[in-house]
Every structure is written in C-alpha cells, then in structure tokens.
Design a protein around this ligand. Sequence first.
Ligand SMILES: C[S@@+](CC[C@H](N)C(=O)[O-])C[C@H]1O[C@@H](n2cnc3c(N)ncnc32)[C@H](O)[C@@H]1O
Length: 287
Amino acid sequence: MGDHAQRSGFAGLENGRVIPEPLARTPFAQLDDVPQPMLALLIGALESMATNPEIQRVRRVAWDAMGPISGRRLLDAGCGTGEVARELAEAGADVVALDHSTATVAAAADRHDGSPVRYINGDVAALDFPDASFDGVRCERVLQHVDDPDRAIAELVRVTRPGGRVCVVDTDWESVAVDGLPADLIDAVRAYFTGRWQQHHLGMGRTLRRRLVRAGLRDVIAIPVVCYFTHPSQVGHVLPMFNPTVPPEADVVPPDVRDAWFNAIDHAGDRDEFLAVLTIWVARGCR
Ligand SMILES: C[S@@+](CC[C@H](N)C(=O)[O-])C[C@H]1O[C@@H](n2cnc3c(N)ncnc32)[C@H](O)[C@@H]1O
C-alpha cells in the first residue's frame, strides 16, 4: 500500500478497482474535529446548498408539512448555518436553532439577522429541554449522521407538545441515478462511495416513515422529493462526487478514476447530456 493509500485509508485493490476502508463516522457527525480547511468547505457547502433550487423545493415541502408557523415555538435540530431557522423566525415563530458542532453554532450565530432565533449547542439524541417544550420540531439531513437515529427521533417526539408536529428530512443516497457519463465510471464511483460511507445511514430517507410510525406518531406522511440536475454546475453542493472542488482527501471519488470522472462530467455538461437524480424524503407525524 502506498503513501496515499495509507493516508486515505484504502483497504486495497479488487479486480483492479480501489476498495476504500469504511469511514467510522461522517464529517458532519464530527464537524468540530475536522481540519479547519475541511470545516470551512463544509460550512460553505451548507450555505450554497441553501441557495440550490432543488434544496429549496425540498424545504418548501417540509415547510408545508410543519403546518402553521406564526406564533409557534419551534426547534430546528441540527440547524447547520441556520438559514431555515431564520426563515421560520421571519415568518413569526420563536425558534431554537440547535447543533452538535460548536463551530457550526458560531457560524450560524454570526449570520444572525435579528429575528427571534436562539442558537444553542446540543445533541439531538440527548436534548436538554423539558418534555413538550415545542409546538413543532424539524430536523433536516441530520439523522443520516447520528449513531442512533431512533433515539434522536424519540427525543424530538419527547420535546414536542401533544398535538404538535415532528418533521424530519433526509437523503436516500442509494437513490442516486446518473445519465450521460460512461457506465464503468458511474459503477466505479458508486462502488467507492458506498464502500467508503457504508457506516453512514445511506438509505435514511426511505426509512423515515417507518421510524415515525414506530415512534408512536399519528397521521404520518412521507413525501419523496425527486431532485434532478441537468448541468454539473447545479449539482456540486448537493452531490459531492460531482464537485471537482471537493479535495481528493474527502474520499468521495476513487483516486484512480478522478481525472477521467471529472473530464467526463465536463464533456457531458458541454454536450448538454448530463443528468443526476437524487431522492430526498420529507416525513412528518403528529404527537
Ligand atoms: C448535513 S448538515 C445539515 C444542516 C442543516 N439541517 C441543513 O439542512 O442545512 C448536518 C448537521 O447536523 C449536525 N449534527 C450532526 N450530529 C448531530 C447531533 N447528534 N446533534 C445535533 N446536530 C448534529 C451537524 O453538525 C451539521 O450541522
């Protein structure tokens, strides 16, 4: 195994294909422990994602699923840089924006716009609030990163008042479909990504409905929002394997096909033949 292999944790080669070692935890599970350049990249990615039209479409579905906003006490658990928390506050809610990462809470608070948002540090799986503290809670693209998602959901339910709503949003990474690129490259990147990130809850989105039902919520609905991207420039902050600015150390693309992969993406974009699809699920239940 060469230097690069040791640094990046490659298990070896199989049928000529690089096999990565699985990551124990995702970077978003441990934002305070990632190196500063990676933290800046990930915080920048959260902000860029908030401006992506497809992510905005997912958020509109989640917004509608939350029901009335004005005058409500709401929790955004795993708030990232806090865009949604501030939008909810602007719409008249009293919002707590909570995140596990101190650096991320600081980044969210730096962007504070004076709306009624309180930014706090905390773990969604061990919330420091009394029972029934909120009229509604939301949790977007967080459960895929936590060790015990059902424990986190139980906490979200516990802090919601009877009659209040719990809304969870998560990605189904296994739903990614691609067209316009060579099939062997797509297969190599898919195998590498799922191998490297296999400890991650890659299929979290599709499990949300079942988890909310098992958590005892009623009137559970689950809506698959199919996001699609027809140019490489639209997709990079949502699907990192299409983003050439994500550094090799992030290990989302196999190093042996990296150049060929990004050249193929460029060519597909130039020919207007690029297509990538991803399903993100919005699920909601009533306490
Ligand atoms: C992919 S980001 C999503 C952020 C935001 N919800 C959004 O949609 O932009 C995941 C966030 O979950 C946070 N997170 C991860 N584990 C957490 C935990 N156990 N409790 C609270 N937040 C957590 C991370 O620090 C990060 O900000």
